[in-house]
Ligand binder design. Structure first.
Ligand code: GAP
Length: 440
């Protein structure tokens, strides 16, 4: 039935166009010509991004007793980034093309300038990816501050605060969702690599001897999270980093990779950070970032297993995996087969006609559903066109109110994927939809 396959060379462009046209993702500051590599999330995009983050929070925090959340500051003092190693090592090798003067990441261009084809470059320089700014009202006199390049450090610097306030014991985790900033030399591929993005990270503190077990455990958990939310197994794989490719803090990293239109690439990384961060911050700050195990009468620095995902990158992968074109009764349509938990709207209420007789019962249905589902309401154009518009943005259910609804108190529920329609009494509508979205 699908006419668009994984090999469609236009898939990325189609998704970018759909995202702009239907209000998922807009290029930022577009009326001023845009600001390279920054994006704004529109009315549908903000719903979907919130759903991605809510699904992560639900599985990583809400459904567990061993993980708690925080929301730490974005601005931080240099001391944090000196201790974490970012001031010294969070760099990319930067080269300038001698012919056209374009600047590139040396490790991404295979010795040939993508702009002019030249093979003559300057010596590589280490370029730090952190955004540096001044905190305080007088330029040049304030304290230097950095925008965080990862959310992780907030979990390490708050380790004792969280231990003391929650009385958690290893194994336990601290989770955070929030913006991170990196002055990427070559931002690219839509929201895959941007300078401002959102991360969903969890630092899981464990007794050192148990680190290998928890490393495997979190790799499996995180792989299954994407599967559960609808990414097909053949578009996901694990990739373990070779020792030479590990980040400065890592004793082992495995990426969950996704089959993007340009090939396999990183979706999320799961790292065994050892005791690197807590030890570094202990030495630098003088605070003892340790755990005292009363049973064993032993003090130790926990190891950290870190599943680190991108919310904005995950949203892009969910959009790419969901995008399909198929034929319904001989007519082609675009459909986003998004899991109902991620779709911007779960239900669209569609009065069959604009006529005022239908308004009362349509508003009644909307009022019944709105407290439980994100709902759209659309009275424009033919019903067929309205179905297509909802299919294109991934709305799993359309509820059509017609003239019979006034008398028989029934409505028609249409399924996005099968296009099947069933008549359901208004009184039982909420229970019906809850049943079909596992919320029963
Ligand atoms: N605390 C570890 C850490 O930050 P990372 O592999 O650099 O690890 C984790 O980042 C995830 O954050 C990546 O797998 C990706 O999903 C997302 N991410 C990183 N840089 C990004 C960027 N420039 N744009 C969008 N997402 C990014």
């Amino acid at each position: 039935m699908d006419s668009v396959t994984d090999t469609d060379p236009e898939l990325l462009d189609k998704v970018i166009n759909l995202a702009k046209r239907r209000g998922f993702i807009f290029p930022s500051a577009e009326i001023y010509g845009g600001f390279r590599s920054t994006y704004d999330y529109g009315p549908l995009g903000v719903n979907m991004l919130r759903n991605v983050k809510a699904a992560w929070w639900r599985s990583m925090v809400q459904m567990r007793l061993d993980v708690v959340g925080i929301d730490a500051a974005i601005l931080g003092p240099p001391a944090v980034w000196a201790a974490s190693g970012h001031l010294e090592t969070f760099t990319d090798p930067l080269v300038d093309c001698r012919q056209c003067k374009e600047r590139w990441r040396e490790d991404k261009i295979d010795g040939v300038c993508p702009n002019c084809g030249s093979t003559e470059f300057t010596e590589a320089r280490a370029f730090n990816l952190m955004f540096k700014t001044q905190a305080g009202p007088v330029e040049g006199e304030g304290a230097t501050a950095y925008l965080r390049p990862e959310t992780a450090q907030g979990m390490f610097t708050n380790f004792t605060n969280v231990l003391a306030s929650t009385r958690k014991k290893p194994p336990f985790g601290i989770a955070q969702i929030g913006k991170s900033f990196r002055n990427e030399i070559t931002p690219q591929n839509f929201v895959f690599r941007t300078r401002e993005f959102e991360q969903m990270e969890m630092e899981y503190f464990v007794p050192p001897a148990d680190a290998p077990h928890w490393y495997r455990y979190w790799i499996d958990q995180r792989f299954n999270w994407y599967l559960d939310l609808g990414i097909p197994a053949e578009k996901l794989r694990l990739h373990e980093h070779a020792a030479a490719d590990l980040s400065h803090y890592s004793r082992g990293t495995t990426d969950v990779e996704f089959a993007y239109p340009w090939g396999w690439d990183e979706l999320e990384g799961i790292a065994n950070r050892g005791d690197y961060d807590l030890t570094q911050h202990s030495h630098a700050s003088g605070a003892k970032l340790e755990y005292f195990d009363q049973g064993a009468n032993e003090r130790y620095t926990p190891y950290v297993i870190e599943p680190a995902a991108g919310a904005t990158r995950a949203m892009m992968a969910f959009l790419l995996a969901a995008y399909h074109e198929d034929l319904v009764e001989g007519e082609s349509r675009t459909v986003l087969r998004l899991d109902w938990r991620l779709a911007p709207y779960q239900v669209a209420v569609l009065p069959l006609s604009k006529k005022s007789e239908l308004e009362g019962v349509s508003q009644e249905v909307l009022g019944l559903l709105q407290p439980h589902f994100a709902c759209d309401y659309d009275v424009t154009q033919s019903i067929g066109r309205r179905y297509r518009r909802q299919d294109e943005v991934g709305t799993p259910f359309c509820v059509t109110v017609d003239f019979d609804s006034i008398e028989d108190r029934g409505v028609t529920v249409r399924d996005r994927d099968t296009t099947e329609q069933v008549r359901v009494p208004i009184e039982g509508l909420l229970a019906h939809l809850r049943g079909r979205t596992d919320q029963g």
